[in-house]
Design a protein around this ligand. Structure first.
Ligand SMILES: [Zn+2]
Length: 321
């Protein structure tokens, strides 16, 4: 896994997107005094937490937006982020959604070369986000094309993105706090002040303790964190679960792995329903992907035929040069 170096590259996208979001945000209350929020909070308290860069008070699609898929192709000159500038105001948000699909395989610093090709089929969504049907990245450095096709696997609740060979593009935690979720919408260092991993999921989704431990505190800094739970695992690592709709445990209580500790929500400084999951060992923030381990799913054999048919259909959305 090489997600860490990529994150630095995605930073530029995130910063650009946040600037854009700030510029387009209307009527949001002024932020609380940071000093008040940070006091007593972990070394790097999460900022206003959107669940997803492109999800955060997302830019409204233009009035002319419709549900038609749009095709964007570009050749990289300097960076992926700059290539997407050709899309204008929507560029940063679409770039963030696109880049997140390749964070798992592509080191945005080491692997992005002038002359690489970007291809994406995208559209604004009804909830003012951006959706991607097909994304391809032709990498000179890797000597191959990375691809991602949106597909709803049998028994899944939400579509995901899959390689043409039926391997899922995003990794999943080996033992995470959610059985199921819509998407990982932010990784550890997506944003300079963001210290956790975000999972987009509907309000009310059960959050379980990934490891055995005890409850350190609940509902602290609620203006910022909303309803929240902090656990200490048996190895001394502290885990924070923020923006909950409800907490199901009390401080001092012992919890077993798999025990429900709360329900996901959109509380505190959060602009979209999601879970913020943050790990700390002392003053060090840990990456959940490294701490828990991660793996990629494969489509079951029975799903491969329908998936390949869908890949063929999706490819027709991306016209040849
Ligand atoms: Zn977060």
């Amino acid at each position: 896994m090489r997600q860490s170096p990529f994150l630095i590259g995605l930073l530029a996208l995130s910063v650009a997107l946040n600037v854009y979001l700030l510029a387009t945000r209307h009527g949001a209350p002024p932020p609380d005094t940071r000093d008040t929020v940070v006091a007593g909070e972990a070394p790097s308290a999460p900022e206003e937490d959107a669940g997803e860069a492109a999800d955060a008070t997302p830019p409204k699609p233009p009035a002319s937006a419709n549900s038609d898929w749009r095709v964007f192709k570009a050749t990289v000159e300097h960076s992926i982020a700059r290539a997407f500038e050709q899309l204008g105001a929507e560029g940063p948000a679409v770039a963030a959604v696109y880049a997140r699909l390749f964070v798992w395989d592509l080191d945005a610093q080491q692997d992005v070369l002038k002359g690489d090709r970007i291809e994406v089929v995208w559209r604004p969504t009804a909830d003012a986000n951006y959706d991607v049907a097909v994304a391809r990245y032709v990498s000179g450095k890797l000597g191959k094309t990375l691809d991602a096709y949106k597909y709803l696997a049998p028994d899944d609740t939400w579509p995901s993105w899959w390689r043409a060979d039926g391997t899922e593009v995003p990794f999943r935690l080996v033992d995470g706090p959610l059985d199921d979720y819509e998407q990982v919408t932010s990784l550890l260092k997506d944003r300079p002040t963001h210290a956790g991993m975000d999972f987009k999921t509907p309000v009310g989704t059960e959050v379980t303790a990934p490891r055995r431990g005890k409850v350190v505190q609940t509902d602290w800094n609620t203006t910022f964190n909303g309803k929240s739970v902090e656990l200490e695992y048996e190895d001394g690592v502290h885990a924070k679960f923020l923006h909950l709709d409800a907490t199901k445990v009390k401080p001092g209580q012992a919890v077993k792995a798999g025990q429900v500790i709360g329900l996901t929500g959109n509380s505190g400084r959060s602009t979209a329903p999601h879970l913020h999951y943050q790990l700390e060992r002392g003053s060090t923030i840990l990456d959940p992907l490294e701490y828990h381990g991660s793996s990629r799913r494969k489509l079951p054999a029975a799903a491969l035929e329908p998936f390949k048919a869908e890949v063929q259909r999706l490819r027709t959305l991306l016209p040849a040069e």
